[in-house]
Design a protein around this ligand. Structure first.
Ligand SMILES: Cc1cc2nc3c(=O)[nH]c(=O)nc-3n(C[C@H](O)[C@H](O)[C@H](O)COP(=O)(O)O)c2cc1C
Length: 281
């Protein structure tokens, strides 16, 4: 293997220290606490053993009801990778030596059931319901996250790609996705060619509640925690000193996007239904 078990680099300004506050810490905890998105990769390839190991870690993620209702496509064709990068409007997608598209997948299970004599065109068929679609998405996300964490633990960098469904119908065509399969997220992996600072996270009372929404057992109210976070985010962007960094509070960043037509997306329901999922059930 060309990779070594190290964290992808020291956290920069704005991130938390590499050493967790809790008394129990180990390599897994450090990998998780030092995670950040990498969007630039060196030319170095990733050897087949490492690729196989990463794929195996994804397969070991939990899966709803043991249905194994996800799949992933590794994109090895540079022309396809380029097309995906263009669709995502993100050049670094084509730069990464490893690129996966994770899929919600009930096709395999439907085919297995059919071979066992089940009428998958009957009204009683329930592997195409809204519930199952959501569970398949959950499966795909968990598998992707396992692979991301494994890659990070080897010193590789990753970017998760929601942008791969910018033009979802084109993606479905590009990857020849059959009915009951729907693209969820991409994951680009490579050797980091950048050392970005870690983005600050919210103080826990703003995000982790106790027993009911908005209640906290840690000192401070959610409101105060959010005010503190606003300042932290503003300082974080100020310290970056990039001309294009927003230098706004978190509240302002969200407010600027909340009604922004650029943040609007074409409705997803038609393409989900066209792939055979019945979201009304
Ligand atoms: C569901 C999801 C979709 C994302 N899509 C993209 C994407 O399309 N392009 C990209 O550059 N980053 C993408 N990201 C990365 C986020 O922008 C990133 O996680 C966030 O800004 C926090 O930064 P950090 O990961 O460095 O902590 C995505 C992350 C998630 C969880």
């Amino acid at each position: 293997m060309t990779t070594s078990p190290q964290s992808p680099g020291r956290p920069g300004k704005g991130g938390r220290s590499a050493k967790p506050e809790a008394t129990i810490h180990n390599e897994t905890i450090n990998t998780l606490l030092n995670r950040r998105t990498i969007r630039a990769f060196t030319d170095e390839t990733i050897d087949p053993d490492t690729v196989a190991l990463l794929e195996e870690t994804a397969q070991h993620a939990a899966t709803s009801r043991y249905f194994n209702e996800w799949s992933a496509i590794r994109i090895s064709d540079p022309t396809k990778a380029r097309t995906i990068a263009d669709m995502a409007h993100q050049d670094y997608v084509a730069q990464a030596p490893l690129l996966y598209i994770f899929l919600a997948d009930q096709r395999r299970n439907a085919d297995l059931a059919k071979r066992e004599g089940i009428d998958i065109d009957s009204r009683g068929f329930v592997l195409n319901t809204g519930y199952v679609f959501l569970q398949s998405q959950n499966d795909a996300v968990l598998a992707l996250h396992a692979m991301e964490t494994a890659a990070n633990s080897m010193g590789l960098g990753c970017v998760i790609l929601g942008s791969v469904i910018n033009d979802v119908n084109r993606m479905i065509d590009l990857l020849d996705l059959p009915r009951l399969v729907y693209p969820v997220l991409g994951l680009a992996i490579g050797h980091p060619a950048q050392d970005p600072p870690m983005k600050p996270r919210m103080p826990r009372p703003a995000q982790i509640f106790l027993d009911s929404y908005g209640r906290s057992d840690t000192p401070g109210t959610p409101d105060q925690a959010l005010k503190d976070f606003d300042e932290t985010v503003k300082l974080y962007y100020r310290d970056l000193r990039h001309m294009d960094a927003p230098r706004k509070t978190f509240s302002r960043i969200i407010a600027d996007k909340a009604c922004n037509p650029k943040e609007d997306h074409e409705p997803m329901l038609p393409s989900i239904q066209a792939q055979g999922f019945d979201m009304t059930r």
